[in-house]
Design a protein around this ligand. Structure first.
Ligand SMILES: [Mg+2]
Ligand SMILES: [Zn+2]
Length: 183
């Protein structure tokens, strides 16, 4: 099974400091849904891992999150794509759970559920905590500059360089490079 792991907010859809609290507030970043469809066509099973502390903060509940994800999956299906599963952390920063990134709990859930070793699996994120979580399970982190990506690049330039973390403008660019035939 060829897996690829994506953060949601700032990678697939536009992020908001006010949180994405309803389907109406969920808007895909141009090219991201098409990119997921292309990954599917190339044989990748796409998994989403997402911090959703808005649930702990009581900005929205899990039923609303399901509605948001229904919109996501419907729009994605229209582009011919599908995500295998969406793993999310509903906790807040003070809950001390083991699944809120930068903790790797969501990645461990994937390992368990898919009997998968995530070493070398691409994990695309826009925040440093996405990349940290990925590195904990030896996945291959990838930074995109959408969402908080520019901020992350500025704040962690040294570490990005040292760890040779690849940087792309957006998910579409990453996908295009990943899938273009090696010459
Ligand atoms: Mg994000
Ligand atoms: Zn959690």
């Amino acid at each position: 099974m060829k897996l690829i792991i994506l953060d949601r907010d700032g990678v697939i859809n536009f992020d908001s400091d006010a949180f994405i609290k309803s389907p109406e507030e969920w808007h895909p970043i141009p090219g991201s849904l098409e990119a997921i469809a292309k990954l599917n066509q190339a044989g990748f099973n796409v998994l989403v891992v997402s911090n959703q502390s808005g649930i702990a903060r009581q900005y929205f509940d899990e039923a609303m999150l399901s509605l948001i994800h229904e919109k996501f999956q419907k729009l994605l299906a229209e582009k011919g794509g599908t995500v295998e599963a969406i793993f999310y952390c509903p906790h807040g920063p003070d809950d001390h759970c083991d699944c809120r990134k930068p903790k790797a709990g969501l990645f461990h859930q994937i390992e368990k559920q898919y009997q998968a070793n995530l070493a070398g699996v691409f994990a695309v994120g826009d925040s440093w905590r996405d990349l940290e979580a990925a590195m904990t399970v030896h996945a291959q982190p990838v930074l995109v500059l959408t969402g908080k990506g520019e901020q992350t690049k500025a704040a962690h330039s040294q570490e990005l360089l040292e760890k040779q973390i690849p940087i792309f403008n957006n998910l579409a660019d990453f996908t295009q490079t990943l899938l273009s035939p090696q010459t």
